[in-house]
Ligand binder design. Structure first.
Ligand code: ADP
Ligand code: MG
Length: 331
């Protein structure tokens, strides 16, 4: 696990590397009690989610994806309209922790909690016979009754997506085979941005406000836009028609698509975007756009919710195309 000086005790790890991340929250009790205590504000609900990153499954050996571990959880909260507040960290290490390794965990989490406005309140630290694993459980707050579910889409709703789609999928492909950069005609700067999108996703808190103000249904885009929209449609027992050409791409991805080097169908299935796909009443579109512009968030309309079940994708000629709705699946 890295080469730094060996740390001897679990308690040292907690005090030195985790306690400073608690922002002196009294509920965390200095990480010296069995449990943390949460005090909900009046008329507030907690929204809770958990996600693990496992070496060899979600990240490459030697990496310490602490920033991403928090980001992927925050992405789930944002997609429900909730504001991240606190999180728990379970860390399983295959060997004794050293200072350099724990310093990287600390630095990644410190940057992420600064970016997302939340802090640590507890967790668990273990040795494992398996791979290095980071599990975060994140807790967000939302005014009571305002959580946006996958199941709320209504016929006639606009299907919208934030940001750009497919960047992280391209970034992953560049990580797996760096020689692809030249073959694809990407500059090093473009490749760096795409890899950054994979390694340090940045869900935006402003999207939580947009979702809870305007969305009837929402999901974060983690398994691929095609699959995640499929989740909304099946939970809402409706269908959707979507224009592949309207799916927002970054300039580099757009160029690769124009040149026929990358297909839009691959980009919408690639996953790890950590954007939000949502549905909303068309009559509120202009108000939504105003809020999005005020926050510097790009939101694109890509389709409509319709009565029949399933997602129908159309190409630039309006012809129906079949897209795999199965996206990323661990098994
Ligand atoms: P217990 O033996 O009761 O399970 P632990 O020894 O696991 O307690 O943990 C002691 C304290 O340290 C608890 O407050 C726990 O939340 C905190 N803690 C342990 N590991 C972590 C971690 N990885 N991140 C944050 N807090 C942690
Ligand atoms: Mg414990």
């Amino acid at each position: 696990m890295g080469t730094g000086e060996r740390l001897l005790r679990e308690a040292d790890v907690i005090r030195e590397f985790f306690l400073p991340l608690t922002a002196r929250d009294p509920g965390a009790a200095g990480l010296e009690d069995d449990c943390a205590v949460l005090t909900p504000a009046p008329d507030t609900q907690y929204v809770v989610t958990t996600d693990s990153l496992i070496e060899g499954v979600h990240f490459f050996a030697g990496e310490v994806p602490a920033f991403k571990a928090l980001a992927v959880n925050v992405s789930d909260l944002v997609a429900k309209g909730a504001t991240p507040e606190r999180y728990l960290l379970n860390i399983a290490l295959p060997g004794p922790p050293d200072r350099q390794m724990m310093g990287r965990v600390h630095a990644g989490l410190a940057a992420a909690q600064e970016a997302f406005g939340c802090h640590l309140i507890g967790g668990d630290t273990d040795r494992t016979p398996g791979p290095f694993t980071l599990t975060i459980t994140a807790i967000g707050a939302i005014p009571s009754g305002r959580t946006v579910r996958r199941s709320g889409a209504r016929e006639g709703d606009i299907v919208a997506v934030t940001g750009t789609i497919g960047d992280a999928g391209l970034g992953l492909r560049l990580r797996q085979a760096p020689e692809r950069r030249e073959a694809l005609g990407l500059t090093t700067a473009e490749a760096d941005v795409l890899k950054e999108r994979f390694e340090r996703p940045r869900p935006r808190l402003a999207v939580a406000e947009i979702v809870r103000t305007f969305a009837n249904a929402a999901a974060d885009v983690s398994d691929g836009l095609s699959k995640d929209l499929g989740h909304i449609v099946s939970a809402s027992r409706c269908g959707a028609t979507v224009d592949l050409a309207k799916v927002p791409l970054c300039d580099a991805a757009q160029r690769l698509s124009d040149q026929g080097r990358v297909s839009r169908t691959d980009l919408v299935a690639s996953g790890e975007d950590y954007e939000v796909v949502f549905t909303m009443a068309p009559g509120r579109w202009r108000d939504m756009q105003r809020m999005a512009e005020d926050h510097g968030v790009a939101v694109s309309a890509i389709g409509r919710i319709v009565a029949p079940a399933g997602v129908v994708w159309r190409d630039e000629h309006g012809d129906e195309i079949t897209l795999p709705t199965d996206g990323w699946d661990h098994f």
